[in-house]
Design a protein around this ligand. Structure first.
Ligand code: HEC
Length: 124
């Protein structure tokens, strides 16, 4: 009887340890899968700026950096984007789950932002 109780105690301890280890870590990058193809056909003006227009410029229209207004957003984002590397780009980090801008960013928009940075963060 006592042995059985100890074994139960040990098992539940292991379970708790496992569950804690599996807790989602928001610091780990969450790239969309599958990874975008090379030469991904994505346009800053057609795919990215419209996200800013619809979801961001209510706040990011000048006084709050980065300025995401058309014509100014690309240069304003220079320090927030590392071309080819979404995971180290402040723009992607703040928009992904756990980031301070995540509430303003749908999964579809996050995916587009990821693809744009991954493809080299080019302007057009
Ligand atoms: C309700 C207002 C509001 C909206 C909408 C908003 N932001 Fe922000 N954003 C802020 C404020 C305030 C800051 C600066 C302080 C902070 O980080 O919370 C900020 C900071 C940022 C930063 C700088 C890095 C950081 O996390 O501080 C980036 C990049 C950013 N926002 C991107 C976006 C994008 C992209 C969108 C749209 C998808 C967006 N924001 C929508 C208010 C907003």
């Amino acid at each position: 009887m006592k042995k059985r109780f100890l074994r139960l105690l040990f098992l539940s301890g292991t379970l708790i340890a496992l569950l804690t280890a599996c807790e989602y870590d928001y610091n780990v990058p969450v790239p969309p899968t599958p990874v975008p193809p090379a030469n991904d056909d994505i346009s800053y003006s057609q795919d990215i700026q419209p996200i800013f227009d619809a979801k961001c410029i209510s706040c990011h229209a000048g006084s709050t950096a980065p300025n995401l207004l058309t014509g100014q957003s690309y240069s304003a984002l220079a320090t927030f984007v590392v071309a080819g590397s979404p995971e180290t780009s402040e723009l992607y980090i703040s928009c992904k789950p756990g980031g301070s801008m995540a509430v303003h960013t749908s999964a579809a928009n996050l995916n587009l932002i990821y693809r744009w940075i991954y493809a080299g963060a080019k302007n057009d």
